[in-house]
Ligand binder design. Structure first.
Ligand code: BGC
Ligand code: NOJ
Length: 813
């Protein structure tokens, strides 16, 4: 069943029914103000940090799921309705929601009245701005009342959920323009110098800021008394739950349109100018903000600016392949999702509360892969932020808080793959930009300036941390866990509620990870090359030597006969072996080791891919492990706590499917790689109802064959899947690979693609690339011509900042 479709020309997804199988959301905001915005106008806003600077309230685990948001209630005669259907849920005559790049448009129509709600977070504004347009499409005059509604949060969302004995006494408000401008200044009198504003650019007929007065103590959002009685209470909240609602009454003649602009903003005052009079806050910042959104023209200009920004950004990499699904996936939605994951890491979604996890060391590093070609400067800054949280011995905090940029010990450390991701990210950044100066940047360890060292030294310690922490088989020690947070080999947890991620109670110092070994090998060549470029031949030789040792360890102790083993547990027993009763084979080492080229020449890699296909693949993708665990295993941890087929226990954990896709391209299997790509790429989803989560973005997981609901996806949006899949499709299938010295062309295409055109911006030059595929579905020999000249090799050498356009012809025979 379908609930919507793509509009590629506008770069929008069009939702045609409000009751989607799950709330289908969009992310608004590009810089530091963000909103989560659902197709029924649910969601919340925050400035910089979803936990520490939340503007509006959102309740988790709610019934119904998506309750709370930026609502507009329309009272037209006796009928009350919302353009986005929720929360009143009056049956609409027409409904549509378009999620675009950084904005959303909801259109609702009822009884001849049409409402169009356009919501965006404009550039340069710490605000969410909505224009609501009402058009009387009927033949008769209409007297309409419009009520806006948002619910404020007391900034710290964790405290807001838990400490209401205090918070119910804190709310304070101020008003201007008869209630058109409403200020939430709770806690401003004490240690904050920021406040929120919710304003409309018109004269209002009333307002409310006390929730119970507006809604009624025994009502839900679906039946606010003030709206149904059409009688705003003009309340001034003092404590309890502060909201902001405007009441606007208008007469509309047939054909007449009116529009209003609502601004929800975050504002600050200088520390020494917080008040203009006793108890009266300094509103300069708010006034400056609101003056930018007084007119429709101003609103239009900012929306156009936003659209142009995205058009520009998405022009850095485009493909025209003849497969419209592939094109929309690559040109629009995958890149858009990469931006969102870069901004949010795993902090705030409809599955991540924004109050628990901060930014992941590993996650942020990986997100760079899909983002770095879009805004390399921000990628650079992010690398430096991540590296500054690293411990002096090279290991890492698993997460850090976006506002403070400090490591967060509450969520643990000692995930031994973490340090390698930093190398991965820096390699990717330098290949994209050629900017070697980043290696000389002085960066703190553990945010301590006295421990500051050049970034290159951070990389050195990262690599050596793994090389120096090996187990009995010469494989890397796993620590708390590796990429798979739930494979907890040193945590034998019997305590209800104990965190698998922070408890280490049985660290015998021998549990090893074949995955980390694969990753170590995978980063080694590039890293050694980088060291050579940085003129540290000695360290480069050490890295190559360590790589060779690791390859040897994997090929001996890490090989199970038909596939790569997953690990050795705390007793040195095999994990992911045919000898195991369950969890015989895992995806991660197959992907990572083959990507790293291990076993490419001796048949192991091919066998590993064959076994992956045979045991792990099903209709909806490649599952994480097979068979899923049916019982809880003390020696394995959280993985066996999930029912079979869910999450880390045997679902299609989409994030690592691209590792197999890339693995297939390493072995030259274009058809196989593309088939696997299509299995999980959203543009190819056939049954939106079965899939449930947004069909325009990747989800973290799709329930596996062993689950009760195969094919159903969960945890949409914030997943390493988007970066990895963009990396796989753009660099390994379509084959445009940034290298240290230039742009390498190395496609591995399916037989169905005979010819394609690509555009790539790279280090200040443009590349118009045509690829002719004469090789079919297996990778052939690649020949490259630039501006009519045959190239020796496959890399167009970089000539930074020339402003040139190269015509590149790639023929695969
Ligand atoms: C989840 C994982 C997550 C981990 C770390 C687990 O409960 O299942 O997906 O990575 O927690 O936060
Ligand atoms: C989600 C985490 O954010 C990511 O870092 C991890 O690799 C996967 N879960 C797998 O456990």
């Amino acid at each position: 069943m379908q609930y919507g479709h793509f509009d590629d020309l506008k770069r929008e997804f069009v939702i045609t029914r409000p009751n989607t199988p799950y709330p289908w959301i969009n992310y608004l905001g590009n810089e530091d103000f963000f909103s989560l915005f659902s197709n029924t106008s649910g969601g919340y806003s925050f400035y910089k940090d979803a936990r520490l600077l939340r503007l509006t309230r959102y309740r988790y685990n709610n019934v119904p799921t998506d309750a709370g948001g930026k609502y507009f209630y329309i009272k037209d005669g006796d009928v009350v309705w919302n353009p986005g259907w929720q929360p009143v849920k009056t049956q609409l005559d027409e409904y549509e929601c378009r999620h675009g790049m950084g904005y959303s448009v909801i259109t609702g129509k009822k009884n001849g009245l049409k409402a169009v709600q356009t919501t965006m977070v404009p550039f340069g504004a710490r605000a969410e701005v909505t224009r609501l347009t009402l058009t009387n499409e009927s033949d008769a005059d209409k007297a309409v009342s419009l009520y806006s509604f948002i619910e404020f949060c007391l900034w710290n969302a964790w405290d807001d959920c838990t400490n209401f004995q205090r918070n119910y006494a804190l709310a304070e408000m101020e008003f201007e323009e008869g209630g058109a401008v409403i200020y939430h200044k709770s806690e401003y009198r004490e240690r904050r110098n920021h406040y929120a504003v919710y304003a409309v650019n018109t004269k209002v007929d009333g307002y409310d800021t006390d929730r119970e007065s507006f809604i009624g103590l025994y009502n839900g959002f679906d039946h606010p008394d003030a709206v149904f009685e059409d009688r705003p209470r003009n309340t001034n909240a003092r404590g309890w739950a502060p909201i902001a609602s405007h009441c606007i009454r208008r007469h509309l003649k047939p054909g007449e349109t009116v529009s209003f602009i609502f601004v929800l903003g975050y504002c600050e005052s200088p520390e020494d100018k917080k008040f203009v009079a006793p108890g009266v806050i300094n509103k300069d910042d708010a006034h400056a903000l609101l003056s930018q959104f007084r007119t429709d023209e101003q609103f239009e200009a900012r929306l156009t600016e936003l659209k142009n920004y995205w058009r520009g950004l998405l022009s850095h990499y485009t493909v025209c392949s003849g497969d419209e699904k592939l094109d929309r996936q690559v040109n629009i939605w995958n890149q858009y999702q990469c931006m969102v994951t870069f901004n949010m890491s795993r902090s705030a979604s409809y599955f991540e509360s924004g109050i628990g996890r901060g930014m992941g060391f590993r996650d942020c590093s990986q997100d760079l892969l899909g983002f770095v070609h879009l805004i390399p400067d921000r990628a650079r800054a992010r690398i430096l932020d991540i590296a500054a949280t690293q411990f002096p011995d090279g290991s890492a905090y698993h997460q850090y808080q976006p506002l403070t940029k400090r490591g967060n010990l509450g969520v643990g450390s000692g995930f031994n793959d973490d340090p390698l991701w930093l190398i991965f990210a820096v390699n990717a950044y330098i290949k994209e930009t050629g900017d070697l100066t980043i290696l000389d940047e002085q960066v703190d360890f553990d945010n301590d300036p006295s421990l500051r060292q050049p970034l290159l030294e951070h990389l050195r310690r990262s690599f050596r941390y793994i090389a120096d922490h090996k187990g009995p088989h010469g494989l890397p020690l796993i620590g708390r866990a590796d990429w798979n947070d739930c494979l907890n080999l040193n945590c034998f947890s019997k305590e209800p509620g104990e965190s698998f991620q922070t408890v280490t109670n049985n660290d015998t110092g021998i549990a090893e990870s074949v995955f980390i070994a694969g990753m170590f090998v995978c980063v080694a060549d590039d890293y050694a090359q980088l060291l050579t470029i940085a003129k540290d031949e000695k360290e480069a030789a050490y890295v190559r030597e360590q790589k060779a040792l690791m390859v040897q360890a994997v090929e001996t102790a890490g090989w199970d006969g038909e596939w790569f083993l997953r690990a050795y547990d705390a007793y040195s027993q095999k994990v992911g072996s045919h000898e195991n009763d369950e969890g015989k084979i895992f995806i991660e080492p197959q992907g990572m080791c083959v990507m790293a080229g291990i076993g490419k020449d001796n048949g192991m890699a091919q066998k590993s891919m064959d076994s992956t296909e045979k045991y792990l693949e099903y209709e909806h993708g490649i599952m994480l492990n097979w068979p899923s665990y049916t019982t809880y295993r003390l020696n394995l941890g959280e993985i066996s706590s999930y029912p079979p087929g869910y999450k880390e226990n045997g679902s299609v954990f989409c994030h690592n499917n691209p590792w197999i896709i890339i693995g297939e391209t390493v072995l030259g299997h274009g058809d196989r790689a593309f088939d696997l790509y299509k299995k999980i790429a959203p543009a190819y989803i056939k049954d939106q109802k079965l899939h449930r989560t947004e069909p325009y973005v990747y989800s973290q997981t799709i329930n596996g064959a062993d689950s009760a609901t195969p094919g159903e996806a969960r945890n949409s949006w914030l997943t390493g899947t988007s970066a990895w899949n963009f990396y796989a499709i753009s660099q390994f299938i379509l084959g445009v690979k940034p290298a240290f010295d230039g742009l390498t062309l190395d496609p591995c295409l399916p037989a169905s693609i005979k010819e394609l055109r690509l555009h790539r911006s790279f280090r200040g030059n443009e590349y118009e690339i045509t690829v002719i595929n004469q090789a079919g579905g297996e990778k052939g020999k690649v020949e490259v011509e630039v501006d009519g000249q045959k190239l020796d090799g496959q890399t167009v050498k970089a000539e930074p900042g020339k402003g040139r356009t190269y015509q590149v012809l790639v023929t695969v025979r």
